[in-house]
Ligand binder design. Structure first.
Ligand SMILES: Cc1ncc(COP(=O)(O)O)c(C=O)c1O
Length: 471
């Protein structure tokens, strides 16, 4: 078993622990054991995934720290992949799963005491009439059923989603996103994509040069008229876009989209798989604008690492769920419900959503300092603990600096910081909601140094210099 006696289980980071971590920075990581495990494992799978750029073998984790097979410790600023909102191996969640595993693991879709308790608590968290739930074991499945539910409720079949949003990789969910040769060959009929308002890269602006939400809404209206049969079942979107761009919409966007939907009998389906479950400081990120969807889906952080997701429909649409035969083999299994219940309790006990807002605000302020110091940072943005850095060649032209994100990511890894995965020219950050402030300071100092290395490599100059924090 890995030895975590020197790391506190509540995620707090004492100055002695921080110093111990900082002493390891810059030293080459030991990697003999990891290399042997990699060789063994990849003999039997051709999918190297992240290991292509990140050849690490992780063995254990606690809070925001991951430990590899050689005992090197890494600071995880990606929460796995936006999953471990309360940190790795949260003691109460792990304990609840193991207790349940000894009692009952599967009884298909029968009700269980733990499922009843979880459904009750989740429905309480979502509030109002978002109270009809069906459970799954991954995000894409919940999205597939959301599409089927929307079609059944409306009796219509077309669906409109948004540029760069990500909804999953199975047939229907992939059709809501960017089509590539690997998930093509073409978008299935009835699926449409439209641009979403991105305040940093607006398509339509008003006379004041600011993003013009009304122009987007007018375009969607015209699009429905010109490019669909008129039988649109739903708009599907990530209220705050996570994976594709960490895009926070203008404040009037969601209310205006919801109004458009209502006026045309179209359902509003929000994908909260990434941004929900407290990551932005609310159970649903759409709550930032007081917008209630007809259907929503949750996943990722819902079980703090245990695979689970939820399809939620408004009470008035509850009749539709039995009609789509929604049950699956593992959806709503007792262990998932135990994990979900323990996660909700821990979020409340630890004030994790309030901390997400405070920590995210603090990290964003520190990222603003980095932006001032580094010419290749075009924009930094975020809500709660969902943040991103956009790299550009030039702040005027905003030409995307594609190489930068993976170069900075690689430099961070050398310094034992794991940011969220880079996407095109964007580096994403998704710390544990309850992360310690000292850890944020350490992470920002590593980011600063890493960005400086990349700027040097590409002939740019920047950096916090003496203002660099603790490292
Ligand atoms: C917003 C969103 N929806 C759906 C999915 C798909 O979830 P899963 O990978 O669990 O199938 C993802 C995954 O990244 C996501 O970010």
């Amino acid at each position: 078993m890995p030895d975590f006696r020197d790391i506190k289980t509540d995620g707090a980071w004492s100055s002695a622990e921080e110093e111990a971590f900082v002493r390891t920075l810059g030293k080459p990581a030991k990697e003999a054991v990891s290399r042997a495990i990699r060789e063994r494992g990849y003999r039997h799978t051709s999918c190297h995934g992240r290991a292509g750029i990140n050849p690490l073998v992780f063995e254990s984790g606690q809070g925001s720290i991951l430990k590899d097979a050689d005992g090197n410790r890494y600071l995880d600023l990606g929460s796995g992949i936006y999953v471990t909102n309360l940190g790795h191996a949260h003691p109460k969640v792990s304990e609840a799963i193991s207790r349940q595993a000894k009692a009952l693991m599967n009884c298909h879709d029968y009700m269980t005491p733990v499922k009843a308790a979880f459904l009750e608590r989740l429905s309480g968290c979502l509030g109002g009439d978002l109270n009809n739930i069906h459970l799954y074991d991954n995000g894409t499945t919940a999205v597939e059923f959301a599409i089927r539910a929307a079609r059944t409720i409306t009796g219509r079949h077309e669906v409109i989603s948004f540029f760069s949003d990500h909804h999953g990789k199975t047939y229907g969910s992939a059709a809501l996103g960017r089509i590539t040769p690997s998930n093509g060959p073409a978008r299935p009929s009835g699926f449409h994509l439209v641009p979403r308002p991105d305040p940093y890269r607006p398509v339509w602006t008003g006379q004041d040069g600011k993003i013009d939400t009304d122009a987007y809404i007018a375009f969607y209206e015209q699009y429905m008229k010109e490019a669909t049969t008129g039988l649109v079942a739903a708009f599907v979107l990530e209220p705050i876009q996570g994976w594709g761009g960490t895009i926070i919409p203008p404040d009037d966007f969601l209310p205006k989209l919801a109004h458009l939907c209502r006026s045309r009998g179209v359902l509003l389906v929000t994908d909260e798989i990434l941004a929900g479950s407290g990551r932005t400081g609310k159970w649903l990120s759409a709550d930032w604008w007081g917008v209630r969807p007809d259907i929503t889906v949750l996943g990722k952080g819902l079980g703090n690492g245990f695979p689970m997701s939820a399809l939620v429909v408004k009470e008035e649409h509850a009749w539709a769920l039995p009609k789509i035969a929604p049950s699956t083999t593992f959806g709503g299994n007792p262990m998932a419900c135990a994990a979900g219940l323990a996660t909700i309790r821990a979020i409340e006990e630890e004030g994790a959503m309030e901390l997400a807002v405070e920590n995210g605000k603090y990290l964003l302020e520190r990222l603003e300092e980095l932006k001032e110091a580094h010419p290749m940072i075009g924009d930094v943005r975020g809500r709660g603990c969902l943040l991103g850095i956009e790299f550009v060649w030039d702040r005027e032209t905003k030409k995307p600096f594609i190489e930068a994100a993976s170069e900075v990511y690689a430099e961070c890894l050398k310094r034992k910081l794991i940011p969220g995965v880079p996407v095109v020219h964007l580096l994403r950050l998704a710390p544990q909601l309850t992360i310690d402030r000292e850890m944020i300071g350490t992470a920002v100092a590593i980011l600063d140094e890493s960005i400086e290395r990349v700027e040097e490599k590409f002939g740019m100059k920047g950096g916090l210099g003496d203002r660099r924090a603790t490292v």
